[in-house]
Design a protein around this ligand. Structure first.
Ligand code: PEP
Ligand code: MN
Length: 348
């Protein structure tokens, strides 16, 4: 439910409504709009509809949120939310490209790739230090050493860092090195991890689970917002279907759907979905045409030697071609690859 306050509501009236909501078992989330305050009230399903709240001083009206997810819903916030990591804004007019190797392998590998992706127009460097591998015998990542290499690459290039965190115990450590914390597809419903990220407050990149419905994905995001962190970027990375010709099926319709259902930014990962480097450009262009706010792309200077996901990684030259191609689609849908000054809609 959303409590819409009158334009002239005083601070005391707003605080009065918030404390009444708490007394009735709701958790109030205040949103300061340009003209008025709205209060999102979420509570367990057993909490009764707050009779009498409508007549409290300062209250204009109550609007029920019919979707099962509340704080992530567009019924709750109508405008696009922008996630902010320093001077980087995700969800505005600028499309944000995040690129880098699947896994951090060495200082030299990471810096080489970081320089290439920066020169081509990426704003964020990706690279896993903790890798969720299907086989326990595959390379699991450089862990703390990898995080240090990412921080080093940030200070040398100025790129922001996105990297995966696998479990709640590591959230504090990873957040002390990263600008954006990635939740991988296999962890989308790791609820204790989601709650810890909600309490941590750093921006989160939440990948869609391999077989998650749009509703399950949005409910996972709701866990993070319910703990007080509204800095969530959703990432469509391909789902498992009957099709075996590609590694996954990029669900382009989910990108368009989620942009309608939620105010959160949505980006696409055309590498894990297609599973092959020569599908990355067309899938990236399709995602941007469908409304994606950015891309997460794997790049390696020597894909054949990559310790992880080489076949779906772009060479630096192919990455430059991708940025050019995506730039043309961006212009057609009135987006830009250049940083754009946005004042409106910044949520933090
Ligand atoms: C990755 O980004 O390298 C990764 C492991 O992705 P996903 O969780 O989507 O499989
Ligand atoms: Mn990968």
């Amino acid at each position: 439910m959303i409590v819409i306050m009158k334009q002239a509501a005083t601070e005391a009236e707003i605080a009065g409504v918030e404390s009444d909501l708490k007394r009735m078992g709701f958790m109030p989330h205040r949103i300061q709009g340009v003209e008025r305050v709205v209060i999102g009230a979420v509570g367990k399903q057993t909490v009764a509809f707050p009779v009498g709240l409508e007549t409290m001083p300062g209250v204009e009206k109550l609007v029920p949120v019919t979707a099962p997810y509340k704080l992530v819903s567009r019924q709750f916030i109508e405008t696009n939310s922008i996630v902010q990591a320093g001077d980087l804004l995700v969800g505005g007019r600028e499309l944000v490209i995040m690129a880098g190797p699947c896994a951090v392998e060495s200082e030299e590998q990471l810096l080489t790739i970081a320089r290439h992706v920066k020169a081509a127009g990426a704003r964020v460097l990706r690279g896993g230090a903790f890798k969720p591998r299907t086989s326990p015998y595959s390379f699991q990542g450089l862990e703390l050493e990898g995080l240090k290499m990412l921080a080093q690459a940030r200070s040398e290039t100025g790129l922001k860092i996105v990297t995966e965190v696998l479990n709640p115990q590591d959230v504090e450590l990873v957040s002390s090195y990263a600008d954006i914390l990635q939740v991988g597809a296999r962890n989308m419903q790791n609820f204790s991890l989601l709650r810890e990220l909600g309490r941590n407050g750093k921006p989160v990149l939440l990948k869609r689970g391999l077989a998650a419905t749009v509703e399950e994905w949005l409910m996972a995001a709701e866990y993070i917002l319910a703990e007080g962190n509204d800095q969530v970027i959703l990432c469509e990375r391909g789902i498992r279907t009957f099709e075996t010709a590609t590694r996954g099926t990029l669900d382009v319709s989910a990108i368009a759907m989620v942009k309608q259902l939620s105010h959160l930014p949505v980006i696409a990962d055309p590498c894990h979905s297609g599973g092959h480097w020569n599908l990355v450009l067309p899938l990236a262009m399709a995602a941007v045409a469908a409304g994606a706010d950015g891309l997460l792309v794997e790049v390696h200077h020597s894909p054949r030697e990559a310790l992880c996901d080489g076949p779906q990684s772009l060479t630096p030259a192919n990455f430059r071609r991708l940025v050019e191609g995506v730039g043309r689609v961006a212009a057609a849908v009135e987006r830009s690859l250049q940083p754009v000054q946005e004042a409106e809609g910044v949520t933090s």
